[in-house]
Design a protein around this ligand. Sequence first.
Ligand code: ADP
Length: 392
Amino acid sequence: MSNNILVINSGSSSIKFSLFDMSSEAERASGLAERLNTAEGEITIKSAEGKLNLKLEKSDYRSTLEVIINTLTEQGLMDTLPVAIGHRVVHGGEFFSDPVLVTADVIEKIKQCIPLAPLHNPAAVAGIEAMESLYPEIPQVTVFDTAFHQTLPPKAYLYGVPYELYEELGVRRYGMHGTSHQYVSSEAAKRLGLGEKHGILTAHLGNGCSCSAVVNGKCVDTTMGMTPLEGLLMGTRSGDVDPGLHQFLHDQKGWSIEEITNVLNKKSGLLGISGVSNDMRSVEAAAEEGNERAQLALDVFHFRLARQLGGLAACLPQLDALVFTGGIGENSRSTRALIINTMKILGIELDEELNKTNGNELGVISKGNGPKAIVVNTAEELMIARAAQALI
Ligand code: ADP
């Protein structure tokens, strides 16, 4: 019997998807539907059989999801409908600390979290509701980006603002990329034989970047906050700024709150400082060619990363491992080398040769008896598929 699980990540104008055969956990296909709700909607599907590109006649969520399922079937990538559908949901607020089966109550709670993730949660709801109306017989599971961070203690999640704002509106730190932090920390503990008692720092460095401190499998602090804007410098996001900046920019430039938020989310970070790109490869290449602003962007990126990791290390009873993941963490040798070589305080000794090859067969890039550094490729989609399988 088929054991396919489809994982869906619904964005405001796109849907990413992956199809897993859970008998072997092999990814049979993956793809992206883009420019949804416009006349230019299109789908790209990749599999062992090659790459397929389709124009969408109708590109609302429901029609798009139907085309995805029909095309996967027609292409022989699945012989029956999936046994479950797993949805990535960005914000679960304080409602969810684990994956759950979708019910009317779950959808209602995801909707209640819309003010906390106004761009992401409505898309997730649209994806779930469309799937439900198309295939009511297929169980659906939601996995939340915030869930792993629900173990943060109040001292780590509260902001220094009136407590009523937390009580009334849920103003607090939630953290994101939880599925990735959970997967790479547990994988590192397993590969390094750390046992149940461990202290791990995880650095998820992609277009969005965040770090976490994990003690005995539980997250105790993380760098993203109420929204994904807090913390590290990212591709286009500023990370931490002085909260007074908003008033200053409003006064000096006449920018509205929306304009300031847009600048901090879309025009800052590596892109904003370098003026070159939000993409680490391009910024590294430009710096290599002598572009000073690109070098400055790298310096700020690395300095802030080190500073945040240092802060998170203070949450650990001991440091056993530092884990790198995400496009930058998995591939940028210079980022890993810079962090490990400048943060002598962590006591990690870099193995230059292993770092060049992105680690040995386990991903390890350090040597000696001190804490280990390890590269673990993130597998958020597989984690969602596993969660779905566990719940059906
Ligand atoms: P997303 O957060 O969108 O999933 P990824 O995890 O794929 O993104 O990470 C994208 C980032 O990884 C980009 O900044 C990209 O430049 C960077 N990256 C990918 N490969 C390399 C590489 N070989 N060297 C440096 N950076 C890389």
